[in-house]
Each structure stands twice: as structure tokens, then as C-alpha cells.
Design a protein around this ligand. Structure first.
Ligand code: ATP
Length: 237
């Protein structure tokens, strides 16, 4: 279980996160939902330890993540990250070595996400969607308990969205915990067990769709209507 407690983060004078608290249950898929600039990427970067909280703490099974020598997290960033001078296959082989992963996973995952045909290309030569598929394969190659994904569906075609959804569901069913940010609320509804709504660096609400619907005054029951309604009710507190 991940617990974020009273997390605050500044960029210079600007406070991007204001005392945010939420928790994520093991073996669940949680959607981090917020408008542009709400603070999703900043939360994610704190959870994957790319940024350090200015105050507050993040706990994994009760232990502060800053004190863990091993943190079993894998991360799909919102922008692709790779070794520019290595081909796609060389990137995959290199990551496999670092993570001590089974080399067979490279082919299995690359075939599943249809990037094997680009093995000899440099990642910079791939289309945006294929780079996103590459980032998905990179992240799954390593062993992890917690997968954090920043807008992972961006650029994927409908078939690959479906493939990635199925993969997330099977990972969750194996016991992995997944936090993903997305603006695709229709899609989030179909896979997330619960949601964290944020606005202007503040927590608006968290819970299952049913719990959020009960909190909102929305007469429509789409996640989008519930989100808009709760942000209007509570977003500027
Ligand atoms: P989006 O949906 O547009 O990707 P987001 O919810 O991921 O947005 P963040 O990227 O976390 O939002 O940004 C939160 C706030 O912090 C925004 O106001 C943004 O302008 C600001 N911010 C983010 N990174 C920096 C930075 N490096 N320096 C200064 N301000 C920043």
C-alpha cells in the first residue's frame, strides 16, 4: 500500500502541490485525474523519487520511500527516455542486463506491442505512438510491484490501447499496484478501481466511482461529469 501524506511541493515560489494526501491499495489500478497543470506529473515524480517532497511523506507499506534501499517501482514518463546512440533492440538488451530480466521477455513484449519490426531503428526514428509502445515495453521489462504511468495511453492506436488495458488488468490481477494519470476519462472508467481527483495542486476527492458519485451532485453518472461537478463544488477551496 502506498500512502501520500500531506505532500507539498514548490517550484521556486510557486506551490505546485498543497498538502495532498491519498492512499493506493495493493493490487489496484488507480486513476490520477486532473486538469492541465493540476499537479499530476509533480505527484508522480515525487512518488517515483525523481523529486523530493518539500514537506510531507510518501510511505510504501508503512516505510518512507526515501529510506528504502530497494524500491520496486517501474515508471512510464510522459516523455520518452532512451539511449540515443543505441538502436531499439540495443536499448532493450541494455535494460534487460541492468534489470537482470529474462531476455525472452524482449521478444514476447515487443511482439505484443508490435515494435519488433523497428529493432534496428534508433528510437528517435520511431513515430510518437511507437515510442510510447517502446516506453511501455521498457517499463514492463523490469520486475516491479508498483507501476507508475504518466499519461501512458497518449499516442496509442485503438488496438494498442486495448492491448495495454489488458496488460494492466492482468498485472493488477497478479498483485501489482498501478497508478496512472490520464485525461481519457471514458477509458479510465473501464479499468481503474478507484480515482484521485486533483485541481490546482489540491486534492478534490478520492474513491471508487460509486463513492465519488455519492459525493457529487451530478445527475449524470459518467466519470467526466462527476469530475467536473466535484471540481466545481470543491476545487477552489
Ligand atoms: P498536464 O495535464 O498539463 O500535464 P499536470 O497535472 O501533470 O499537467 P504538472 O506538470 O505537475 O501538472 O504541473 C503542475 C504545476 O506546476 C503547473 O502550474 C506547472 O506550470 C508547474 N510546474 C511544473 N513543472 C515546473 C517546473 N519545472 N518549474 C516551474 N513550474 C513547474
Amino acid at each position: 500500500m502506498i500512502e501520500v501524506k500531506n505532500l507539498s511541493k514548490y517550484y521556486g515560489e510557486f506551490q505546485a502541490l498543497k498538502n495532498i494526501s491519498f492512499s493506493i491499495k495493493k493490487s489496484s489500478i488507480v486513476g490520477l485525474i486532473g486538469s492541465n497543470g493540476a499537479g499530476k506529473t509533480t505527484i508522480i515524480k515525487n512518488v517515483v523519487k525523481l523529486l523530493e517532497p518539500d514537506s510531507g511523506e510518501i510511505l510504501l507499506d508503512g516505510k518512507n520511500i526515501s529510506k528504502l534501499s530497494e524500491y520496486p517501482v517501474s515508471y512510464i514518463p510522459d516523455e520518452p527516455v532512451y539511449f540515443e546512440e543505441l538502436t531499439l533492440y540495443e536499448n532493450l538488451l541494455f535494460l534487460c542486463k541492468i534489470y537482470k530480466s529474462d531476455k525472452n521477455k524482449i521478444l514476447e513484449l515487443s511482439d505484443r506491442f508490435k515494435i519488433s519490426e523497428y529493432f534496428n531503428n534508433f528510437p528517435s526514428q520511431l513515430s510518437k505512438g511507437n515510442q510510447q509502445k517502446m516506453m511501455i515495453v521498457f517499463s514492463i521489462l523490469r520486475g516491479f510491484d508498483l507501476l507508475i504511468a504518466d499519461e501512458p495511453f497518449n499516442g496509442l492506436d485503438p488496438e494498442q490501447i486495448n492491448e495495454f488495458k489488458n496488460l494492466l488488468i492482468s498485472l493488477r490481477d497478479e498483485g501489482k499496484t498501478i497508478l496512472l494519470s490520464t485525461h481519457m476519462l471514458d477509458l479510465a472508467e473501464t479499468i481503474c478501481d478507484s480515482f484521485i481527483f486533483i485541481n490546482r495542486g489540491m486534492l478534490v476527492a478520492e474513491g471508487t466511482k460509486k463513492e465519488l458519485l455519492d459525493l457529487s451532485k451530478s445527475s449524470k453518472n459518467s466519470l467526466e461529469s462527476i469530475f467536473i461537478d466535484l471540481v466545481n463544488q470543491r476545487g477552489h477551496i
